[in-house]
Design a protein around this ligand. Structure first.
Ligand code: DX5
Ligand code: ZN
Length: 218
């Protein structure tokens, strides 16, 4: 099923109202909820530990897509699975054994994804596809919302779509997705679009209809 899914990133949400924000974006049409976990080591920012993700869980009715921007990553896979993630995506750059990392995610029974930073060649995903439900192509350097889309990644998405062929593996893009860049990445072959600032801008828990307008505009 290659229909386009929108996965708002709660990194751009109101940090004092995560439960209400999650309910609002889902009521306004979000297909997935994208949770950006950052450790202040692999990326220069710090966000949610397993207890926070556990607190988000009861508010998520769609699909909780947990993006681990942490290194080393293997030690935390169990904890994020326990916290209730539906999909756990690790970075191929997080350590020397991404194949084993994906095996560990699969062993928890969760969906498994691998993420590629803008500087990582698409070939890095090739040997891992057999263990992936999704490949995340970063279209910004990870760490923050509101950054500019890196257009050179479009070629990588096209080549990844060729590599995947007719296998049921999602291509997720993440970073700088908005009404201008969304058509480009969809044409290139992405089917899950993460959007933080483009979804949350101008809205609030008191004005959730703006989230719906923003989601439909993507
Ligand atoms: C960046 C995160 C992205 C980010 C997207 O490290 O992985 O998910 O929150 O935010 P926007 O859509 O504003 O670029
Ligand atoms: Zn992300």
């Amino acid at each position: 099923d290659r229909s386009i899914k929108i996965a708002p990133s709660i990194l751009s949400a109101d940090f004092a109202n995560f439960g209400a924000e999650i309910r609002a974006i889902e009521a306004e049409g979000a297909d997935w909820v994208h949770v950006d976990v950052m450790d202040g080591h692999f990326v220069p920012n710090l966000t949610f530990g397993p207890p926070a993700v556990k607190a988000f869980r009861p508010h998520v009715k769609t699909f909780m897509d947990v993006h681990l921007m942490i290194a080393p990553v293997d030690a935390y896979i169990e904890a994020y699975a326990e916290a209730g993630a539906d999909m756990i995506t690790a970075h191929v750059e997080a350590g020397p054994h991404p194949h084993r990392t994906l095996q560990a995610i699969r062993a928890t029974g969760k969906k498994a994804g691998i993420a590629l930073n803008p500087g990582t060649p698409v070939e890095a995903a090739e040997p891992l596809l057999e263990l992936c439900d999704m490949v995340l192509v970063m279209t910004v350097n990870p760490g923050f919302g509101g950054q500019k889309f890196i257009a050179s990644q479009l070629r990588k998405i096209e080549r990844l779509r060729q590599m995947i062929g007719d296998r049921e593996i999602h291509i997720q893009i993440d970073g700088g997705c908005d009404p201008l860049t969304a058509p480009l990445v969809a044409k290139a072959g992405a089917d899950v679009l993460v959007a933080g600032s483009a979804v949350f801008k101008g809205g609030s828990v008191d004005r959730p209809e703006v989230y719906g307008e923003n989601i439909r505009a993507i």
